[in-house]
Design a protein. Structure first.
Length: 70
């Protein structure tokens, strides 16, 4: 004799469109900022002048991701 156990039906999380747009914009902005600092910023073409601090900080990540810098 078996007894039926209740099964839970998953319900999706509904996110309002305006909140989803804010999350999407923020994620895209952060992704582009990371891409710039890791892949594009190289001292001579830097937005922050000829300071090589950011370049040296992410130098190994540049090579790991395949960006040339020498």
């Amino acid at each position: 004799m078996s007894t039926a156990s209740p099964t839970a039906v998953p319900t999706p999380v509904v996110v309002p469109l305006n909140k989803a747009a804010v999350w999407l914009f923020t994620a895209a902005f952060l992704a582009l900022a990371v891409y710039y600092f890791v892949g594009v910023d190289q001292g001579a073409t830097s937005v922050f002048g000829s300071n090589m601090g950011i370049h040296e900080f992410v130098h190994d990540a540049r090579h790991l991701l395949g960006f040339p810098c020498h």
